[in-house]
Design a protein around this ligand. Structure first.
Ligand SMILES: Nc1nc2c(ncn2[C@@H]2O[C@H](COP(=O)(O)OP(=O)(O)O)[C@@H](O)[C@H]2O)c(=O)[nH]1
Ligand SMILES: [Mg+2]
Length: 144
């Protein structure tokens, strides 16, 4: 990660987006809280939730802020400053092909709210343990 990405407070911000139920909160739960348990889905929840983790990155104590989006409305992003995000995780579910297709509209929304065209984006194909239910092949994801 480029040095210039660190702000004066050594905070790095990431947002995780994608269709409901693709496993965004589960990924965050596993990384932030090191919990193997997938969280219980709460369909009624709407808005953004921010999770924090302190890590040592390139010898610096760094605060990671991971923004989790609850709800299916990309307009939610308009309420938050995505312009200062250091990275965007775009998550789809390999057992639900429409969740990959819908990422295109998420990307368009992100472009509306992100002035930094260069904000790094990472595509994540989740639920790969459900191999027998897979409907998106790995190569399809890699093409995007
Ligand atoms: N089998 C499997 N289930 C998962 C995985 N990740 C999440 N889930 C389940 O998928 C559902 C939705 O997960 P959640 O993290 O709430 O999705 P979100 O709406 O995108 O935040 C829950 O029932 C999770 O237990 C995974 O990698 N494998
Ligand atoms: Mg969630």
């Amino acid at each position: 990660m480029a040095e210039g990405l660190f702000n004066e407070k050594n905070i790095l911000k990431f947002v995780v987006v994608g269709e409901p139920s693709v496993g965004k909160s589960s990924i965050i739960n596993r990384y932030i809280y090191e919990s193997e348990n997938f969280p219980v889905t709460s369909p009624g929840k709407i808005g953004m939730e921010v999770h924090f983790k302190r890590v040592i990155l390139r010898g610096r104590e760094t605060e990671l802020q991971i923004w989790d989006m609850h709800g299916a409305d990309p307009c939610l992003m308009g309420n938050f400053s995505l312009t200062r995000m250091n990275g965007i995780l775009l998550v789809y579910d390999v057992t639900a092909s429409e969740s990959l297709g819908k990422l295109e509209s998420w990307l368009k929304e992100i472009e509306n709210y992100t002035t930094l065209a260069s904000t790094p984006r990472v595509l994540v194909g989740n639920k790969i343990d459900l191999e027998s239910e897979r409907s998106v092949e790995r190569r399809q994801g890699l093409k995007c």
